[in-house]
Design a protein around this ligand. Structure first.
Ligand SMILES: Cc1ncc(COP(=O)(O)O)c(C=O)c1O
Length: 418
């Protein structure tokens, strides 16, 4: 609360708190706000935006989202029909998947370090229990088949049936982008298990550094489908709405890549007809307002602006990340070396833990003595004490804010040594 009321600003409040724990991106806020002002002012809201409409998403909005996905990281067809379901944020989609794909008391598996809220997204309403397979930086945080098998057995021993493998690509909190091999391994392994589904959470699909390729689970499934297809089996329309099969589902949204978590827009791409049907009914409770869809359709339909935005966002993300690395290097803190995106740096503060000091105590020290707020690694199933997740695109100012971070860290460390 104290920090939220007094955030750092590069001009107006240089002494404010550097809040680096909210998984949001402010680097493009001004440009986004200008664009929205422009599209909303250009025409009157159409009559349909006042009505209920299709609760799984308005047709033009679905097409605009599908186009954006296809033309960026999802290098496979994204149909804009029942296959694409729009709900109020990726969190809503994960919650819907929990109770649709599993029963209370079943298990969902993922690899660690892992997004802290998966446990609530699958567990709060769905009552599906999260199990995390630990992985390590030396293995690029990519799980081996043994890691996956061992967490599968852990769930069985707890008398919970493993029903879902959730993959976070690009990853929260490590900032890594899984290789195509790792994606293929995880998907292939889950598909080899009876009744297991893959949920690929690609909410950071466009939040990567320039030139980084994100392999979507959809790309893997499309390639596999094409390799297995002798050309005689289906028309291209059928192919575009079936290649994912019944057990692979892609989650995405506008909260992160588009810096608009408050607009509450998430999406699910699935070819499972029973799931589509279930969510076509329940989406009434999770729908996005028609007005929001109307405004965002106009924004996304401007393909020139859209592509400029995505490219510029990537450029700013990388520049800010490099400035963060420089700032942390001043106190000899390193970040996971293969960071390629998401909004995070997975930083190793373990050498700064004093004798007997806990990670939490170090967190409090940074908060009280340097006005810096990070996220505890232990809440993300961190691989060792002293890891922190750092959100670099949130403080206003980008590179300038990271330079301020560096100054504060040096001052804090020097004062600590006296
Ligand atoms: C991996 C991941 N999935 C889902 C979400 C939830 O996104 P939304 O705000 O769209 O519900 C987040 C938010 O931090 C996230 O990091």
């Amino acid at each position: 609360m104290k920090a939220a009321a007094d955030p750092y600003h590069p001009v107006n409040n240089t002494d404010g708190f550097l809040v680096m724990l909210v998984a949001e991106n402010r680097l493009m806020y001004d440009e986004l706000a200008d664009k929205l002002e422009q599209v909303v002012a250009a025409t009157k809201p159409p009559e349909w935006s006042f009505d209920y409409g299709d609760m799984t998403g308005q047709a033009n909005f679905k097409r605009a989202v599908a186009d954006m996905m296809e033309s960026s990281w999802v290098q496979a067809p994204v149909a804009d029909d029942a296959s694409l379901i729009i709900q109020a944020g990726a969190g809503s989609v994960l919650d819907s998947l929990a109770w649709s794909l599993a029963d209370a008391g079943d298990a969902v598996l993922t690899t660690g370090p892992a997004y802290a809220a998966f446990s609530a997204d699958f567990g709060l309403k769905g009552q599906v229990q999260l199990h995390v397979a630990p992985t390590s930086a030396s293995n690029n945080y990519e799980p081996t088949l043994e890691d996956l098998e061992s967490v599968y057995q852990e769930a069985l021993q707890a008398k919970q049936s493993p029903r879902i493998l959730v993959i976070c690509q690009p990853n929260n909190p490590t900032g890594q982008v899984y290789s195509a091999e790792a994606m293929r391994r995880m998907i292939g392994w889950a598909k080899s298990k009876k009744n297991m589904h893959v949920v690929s959470d690609e909410i950071y699909g466009n939040s990567v550094f320039p030139g980084v390729h994100v392999t979507s689970a959809a790309q893997i499934m499309y390639e596999d489908y094409n390799n297995d297809d002798d050309g005689s089996s289906s028309s291209s329309d059928d192919k575009n709405t079936t290649y994912l099969g019944d057990r692979v589902h892609i989650v995405a949204g506008l909260s992160k890549d588009w810096g608009m978590s408050g607009f509450r827009v998430g999406s699910l791409l699935t070819h499972n007809k029973a799931l589509q049907q279930a969510l076509s009914i329940s989406s009434y409770y999770d729908s996005v307002s028609q007005y929001t869809q109307w405004a965002l359709t106009s924004m996304l339909q401007d393909a020139v602006w859209r592509d400029w935005y995505l490219a510029e966002n990537k450029r700013r993300l990388e520049a800010t990340f490099r400035a963060l690395q420089d700032a942390l290097a001043l106190i000899d803190v390193t970040v996971y070396e293969h960071t390629e995106g998401a909004l995070f740096a997975w930083a190793d503060f373990s050498d700064l833990l004093q004798e007997g000091q806990t990670e939490q105590e170090l967190w409090v020290e940074l908060f009280e003595d340097a006005k810096i707020l990070l996220t505890l690694g232990e809440s993300f199933y961190g691989d060792k004490p002293g890891m922190f997740r750092v959100v670099y695109p949130w403080p206003k100012g980008g590179v300038v804010a990271m330079q301020e971070l560096g100054r504060r860290l040096v001052k804090w460390k020097n004062a600590r040594m006296v």
